[in-house]
Design a protein around this ligand. Structure first.
Ligand code: PBG
Length: 337
């Protein structure tokens, strides 16, 4: 009787033994559907004033803010590890933050200085410049504020000036992370008119109002300033169709590539975007996602390096052309060995 059941199962299973291809390392390698290489990794760096200065970020163990000279050294290490591009974020000194966020378009601001320092020392790495006002405004909002409201068109006008200053300083890719309406088209027009038609725009097209940005706000020094939230411009996390509208609009306005953010909790959005559009899609594994992996592995929940690689592969599987990740340098080195 037992033998008969076994025989029946064997026949039933003949063409359904999926474990066959998983049985050995060489076979797993043959059927692997996605790859992760250093070229998939974009490394965000936090920049501070000073020389030979590095400061810790409490909620992002292992990530440090770097002065410009150390950022240049980091850029060399990144290039040597095969990382194609860096995403730069300034921690603007407090006394330079203002209601009008004028520091955003000061040609000598921290952002412009780090752009030109890296561009001249490491010309073969791509530089992605974040454009948003939160890193320069006294309110910590991504836009100008009047009577408690975030102003759209007035904010875009400041962002244009900021993007031009960054381009002049050496930014290769302008990355508006603010979610104001119409900013991609406005920046594209200004770049073209200013002689920067060769600069790309990577738009944070589907950016959600998320608690996972918490550690980043500590890193750039906006957390304590921010009153209220960003829900009148960043997206409601209950929505997915709306993300496709945002992405379609940014492509229509001239975005060369688009981003979904945060990353891991939004891989469904990445997949929908990948199926619907033919532009490169990036995702940002944001500060809170990094913190989750760090704190859980420090508590013994799982192996840190394994979690790092598994999480990064998930982005590729979902359809990303690349990932902005605080793990970029470490992961590139692991992949390269
Ligand atoms: C600000 C900006 C944020 C991030 C990138 N650019 C924070 C925010 O919108 O409040 C978050 C990145 C991260 O959490 O790692 N324009």
């Amino acid at each position: 009787m037992a033998e008969q059941w076994a025989k029946h199962d064997l026949e039933f299973l003949a063409g359904r033994r999926l474990r066959r291809s998983r049985a050995t390392g060489w076979s797993r390698a043959m059927v692997r559907e996605t790859v992760l290489t250093p070229a998939d990794l974009i490394w965000p760096l936090f920049i501070i004033e000073g020389h030979n200065e590095r400061t810790a970020i409490k909620t992002m163990p292992g990530v440090e803010r770097l002065s410009i000279d150390l950022a240049v050294a980091a850029a060399k290490a990144a290039r040597d590890a095969g990382i194609p591009a860096l995403a730069l974020f300034p921690n603007t000194p407090d006394h330079l933050r203002s209601e009008g966020a004028e520091e955003a378009f000061n040609p000598d601001n921290l952002m412009c200085r780090v752009l030109s320092a890296i561009k001249s020392a490491v010309p073969d790495i791509g530089l992605i410049a974040d454009v948003a006002l939160d890193e320069y405004s006294s309110d910590g909002q991504d836009g100008l504020v009047r009577d408690g409201k975030i102003l759209n068109d007035e904010t875009v006008a400041v962002m244009i000036k900021s993007a031009l200053a960054q381009s002049r300083a050496g930014a290769d890719i302008i990355a508006p992370s603010d979610m104001m309406d119409g900013r991609v088209g406005a920046i594209r027009g200004a770049l073209d008119a200013g002689g920067y038609e060769d600069r790309q725009i990577m738009s944070y097209a589907a950016k959600y109002a998320s608690c996972f940005y918490g550690p980043f706000r500590e890193a750039v020094g906006t957390g304590a300033r921010l009153k209220g939230d960003k829900r009148t411009y960043q997206m409601d996390y209950a929505n997915s169709d709306e993300a496709l509208r945002e992405i379609a609009q940014d492509i229509d306005e001239g975005a060369d590539s688009v981003m979904v953010k945060p990353g891991m909790p939004y891989l469904d959005i990445v997949r929908r975007a990948k199926d619907a559009f033919d532009v490169p899609i990036y995702a940002y594994q944001v500060s809170g996602e990094y913190a989750m992996i760090e704190f859980a592995s420090a508590a013994g929940g799982f192996n840190r390096e394994a979690a790092m690689l598994e999480s990064l592969f998930a982005f590729k599987r979902a359809g990303c052309s690349g990932v902005l990740t605080y793990y970029a340098l470490e992961a590139a080195r692991v992949l390269g060995r």
